[in-house]
Design a protein around this ligand. Sequence first.
Ligand code: PGA
Length: 253
Amino acid sequence: MARLPFIAGNWKMNKTVGEALDLVRELKGAVSGVKEVEVAVAPPFTSLHAVHKELEGSSIRLAAQNLYWEEKGAFTGEISPLMLKEVGCQYVIIGHSERRQFFGESDETVNRRIKAALAQGLRVIFCVGETLRDREEGKTFPLIEKQMEGGLKGLDGQGMGEMVIAYEPVWAIGTGKTATPEQAEEVHRFIRSKIQKLYSREVTEKIRIQYGGSVTPENIRSLMNQPDVDGALVGGASLKAESFSKIVRFKEM
Ligand code: PGA
């Protein structure tokens, strides 16, 4: 079964509303006519509504960078799944390494967030990845396995084929050090085999696994040539329409 490549831009804490609109307007033109690649952007919360309006009629999808698991209430500073749906989000990134590293996210809170997102009909981009230390100590696979078991705890196969897993080695994020296509493929294959153990064959074949970590127009093609790399989660290079659209147009390069 062929999986539709999925390229998503994680803008992190960048762009005011005005800047976000400028970027997305430029991007719409730059990726128009691209077929058979799904494209999403994940602006900060403050720009979601405006970007959604600007994307009307375009095939670019909207993603949020995080959410909280409660529906509403006294949770100062948090955003609920329903709030994201209302402003037009189809996807939400959960468990990004920066959330884990700087904001105390654990496998348990990631799991709660994933469940809340799915319950509200949001599609999840679930991030996993090892640090340089984990890799050097030979702990990459056990760590990824732990993150997957923790993050997916209690989730049956229902709708799991729609989930996206982003493999983002922490040592490659924002460092200019990309995993080699072989290093990426090795972990992607491991993730897919773990999905096979947890879920059905159908889910295993359907689920898309993105690579993230210093993806650029120069390295996207060799990454996408790997059989288990189904797309990319792009940080720095998604902040400019020129570089992001080149990544989206990887087939033409
Ligand atoms: P990067 O970020 O492309 O800037 O390395 C990727 C990510 O954190 O999603």
